[in-house]
Design a protein around this ligand. Structure first.
Ligand SMILES: Cc1cc2nc3c(=O)[nH]c(=O)nc-3n(C[C@H](O)[C@H](O)[C@H](O)COP(=O)(O)O)c2cc1C
Length: 148
């Protein structure tokens, strides 16, 4: 299976680490949405959309990207990292998947280091996260998708 994981990760690179752990399973192209040039997702069997949670949701750039470039009917999965809880963070992506008839294969989330807002005063929350165990779970999640 050929997979593209399109990620947006700017705070501490937490989401990027998770995307890289998944990519270590093989057959994955990582696409950094902050630096990407043209993207052609048709050639992939499956697309992962990954983002930190910023203000209760994934970054707007990921939502805009999905709206514009996610091919109709393409199987997708979602990845997010967050400080506290992902809540309904991927709701906007789920809505786009429904609109485009893209089957949602699953969603992986874990906590990440955060120094946003008041947390900065205390040296941040979730120091050292995602942990090695989180990254192994991320890889196992992706390998599980390959079985589907
Ligand atoms: C501007 C901003 C807003 C954030 N809002 C939330 C939030 O609403 N809920 C939450 O759990 N974490 C929030 N966080 C923490 C990030 O989700 C967390 O640090 C994440 O792992 C960052 O991913 P990144 O390093 O890949 O950018 C926020 C961080 C920033 C910088």
């Amino acid at each position: 299976m050929k997979t593209a994981i399109c990620y947006f990760s700017y705070h501490h690179g937490n989401t990027k680490k998770v995307a890289e752990a998944m990519a270590s399973a093989g057959g994955v192209d990582l696409i950094d949405l902050r630096t990407r040039q043209t993207v052609q997702l048709d050639e992939y069997d499956c697309v992962g959309l990954a983002s930190g949670i910023y203000g209760f949701g994934v970054h707007k750039a990921v939502v805009d990207f999905a709206r514009q470039y996610l091919p109709a009917g393409k199987p997708v999965f979602f990845v997010c990292t967050f400080a506290g809880a992902k809540g309904n963070g991927t709701k906007a992506l789920r809505e786009i998947a429904v609109e485009k008839g893209c089957p949602v294969l699953g969603e992986f989330g874990c906590r990440g280091f955060n120094t946003f807002g008041p947390f900065k005063l205390f040296g941040g929350s979730g120091k050292g996260l995602p942990s090695e165990a989180d990254l192994q779970r991320a890889k196992a999640f992706y390998e599980g998708l390959l079985q589907k």
